[in-house]
Design a binder for this molecule. Structure first.
Ligand SMILES: Cc1cc2nc3c(=O)[nH]c(=O)nc-3n(C[C@H](O)[C@H](O)[C@H](O)COP(=O)(O)OP(=O)(O)OC[C@H]3O[C@@H](n4cnc5c(N)ncnc54)[C@H](O)[C@@H]3O)c2cc1C
Length: 409
């Protein structure tokens, strides 16, 4: 980018992060051209309902659109939906689309998100992944009372679909390689409660085992084989084993890609080029570490930061959020602030685990690194956000809140 303020901004990826970036540019008074390029034909829509309200049938089979058509029009965008960015030239400052057209920019925001990882040996009718609306509707149409769904991976996505599918009456087997669901993300204590929740709701949870292959008949999956040789009958299979950032189109651009677009603390990947949302790996100065976060709130907050920093590089501010996520499983709301992975200790600080409703704090070193609310009213967790943001001293903050000192297995 030259020193002159940008007149043409191109945003690639028209979902939570891309739309928020475009909106923020306008809200900040940017009156140049904004081109928003999105691979999906739908206007920007929200993904969290795909595994929850849309999967369970509580909401209609329509995209949960993020903005009304008139609000989208008011942004005065060059909106290119159903179009894919294929290459980036940072010297010519051009995005080349796969249809051969181009979009020239003075400044660029990359918001291309992630796509589901697949299992190469799992290719047959009835094998699904879940990322977009079509994925959700295809799977939902297959879920019937008594139908047999095998879910590979008990992370957030797998656990949420297990919850929605059992609510519809499907027979769900949830297969997880770790000893507990979600344990890598939220630790053993919470993983124990998630496992209990699944089993109480009729999910056949198989842990410490992995899938080795499928059997088919007439091209359709019939059985999933587990590592101990057990066959699990299946009408459908959902592979929910994580995601891969959509960065292939940046090959040869000179940008650094390492499990995401590598950015500095100001969300900049290069002068005049920022990244936001699930695809962005940036240095979070609050925690002093590089992060890539696949959560809805981060996509919006990071896109706002990227748009502002791109417009006013001289006044750029580091993007230093306290990560936040929520998840809904079997009627229980889980919410969390901070960094929960690789913690040293957890402690229940409110509620009662025996009642299945509690608040748990996570210690890393001497500080509170995170806090998670399981089935508690939403307001219970809010006062703890600041403790995480300031890295409050663990001992001082938790010593008079020892509801349960037993660290779960
Ligand atoms: C089923 C499901 C449930 C979820 N539930 C929760 C939840 O409960 N709580 C929570 O915090 N988070 C949840 N998430 C995560 C949340 O939805 C994501 O963090 C958020 O969507 C990220 O937004 P994004 O804009 O960065 O990326 P995405 O939403 O992935 O959007 C990226 C867009 O870029 C497009 N694109 C990719 N490559 C190109 C290209 N080369 N050219 C043009 N366009 C391209 C893609 O098609 C896509 O539309 C859930 C996600 C899923 C899939």
């Amino acid at each position: 980018m030259t020193d002159a303020p940008p007149r043409r901004v191109v945003v690639v990826g028209a979902s939570a992060a891309g739309l928020t970036a475009a909106e923020t540019l306008r809200r900040e008074g940017f009156d140049g051209s904004v081109t928003l390029i999105g691979q999906e034909a739908h206007p920007p829509y929200d993904r969290p309902p795909l595994s929850k309200q849309i999967m369970s049938g509580d909401w209609p089979a329509e995209p949960a659109v993020l903005r009304r058509p008139e609000d989208l029009r008011a942004l005065d965008l060059d909106l290119r939906l159903g179009r894919t960015a294929g290459a980036l030239s940072t010297t010519a400052r051009t995005v080349t689309l796969t249809d051969g057209t181009e979009a020239d920019y003075d400044a660029l925001i990359i918001a291309t998100g992630v796509r589901p990882r697949r299992l190469p040996q799992f290719t047959a009718d009835g094998v699904h992944v879940l990322r977009d609306l079509e994925d959700a509707l295809t799977l939902r149409d297959r879920l019937t009372a008594g139908g047999r769904l095998v879910i590979v991976g008990a992370g957030f996505l797998g656990s949420e679909v297990a919850s929605s599918a059992t609510a519809l009456g499907a027979r769900v087997t949830l297969v997880e390689a770790a000893p507990l669901p979600l344990s890598r993300a939220v630790g053993e204590r919470v993983g124990t409660h998630v496992a209990r929740l699944h089993r109480e709701h009729g999910v056949d949870l198989r842990v410490a085992t992995h899938v080795t292959g499928i059997e088919t008949a007439a091209g359709r999956v019939t059985t999933v084989r587990l590592s101990d040789g057990t066959p699990v009958p299946a009408d459908d299979v959902l592979v929910a084993i994580g995601s891969t950032p959509n960065t292939e189109w940046l090959a040869g651009s000179g940008l650094t890609v390492a499990d995401g677009v590598v950015c500095d603390a100001y969300t900049a990947a290069a002068p005049g080029i920022h990244a936001a949302g699930d695809v962005a790996r940036w240095h979070n100065p609050l925690f002093g570490t590089s992060m890539r976060i696949e959560h809805r709130t981060n996509a919006a907050e990071q896109a706002m930061a990227a748009a502002r920093n791109l417009l006013r590089p001289a006044q750029a501010r580091p993007f230093a959020p306290v990560p936040y996520f929520w998840s809904d499983q079997h009627g229980i709301k889980i919410q969390a602030y901070g960094c929960l992975r690789d913690h040293d200790e957890t402690r229940v600080v409110d509620g009662d685990p025996a009642q299945g409703r509690f608040l748990v704090a996570y210690r890393t070193g001497r500080s509170i690194a995170g806090v998670l609310s399981f089935g508690m009213p939403p307001k219970a967790i809010r006062p703890w956000r600041n403790a995480v943001a300031t890295g409050a001293d663990w001992q001082t903050l938790t010593e008079d809140r020892r509801g349960d000192l037993t660290v779960s297995p």
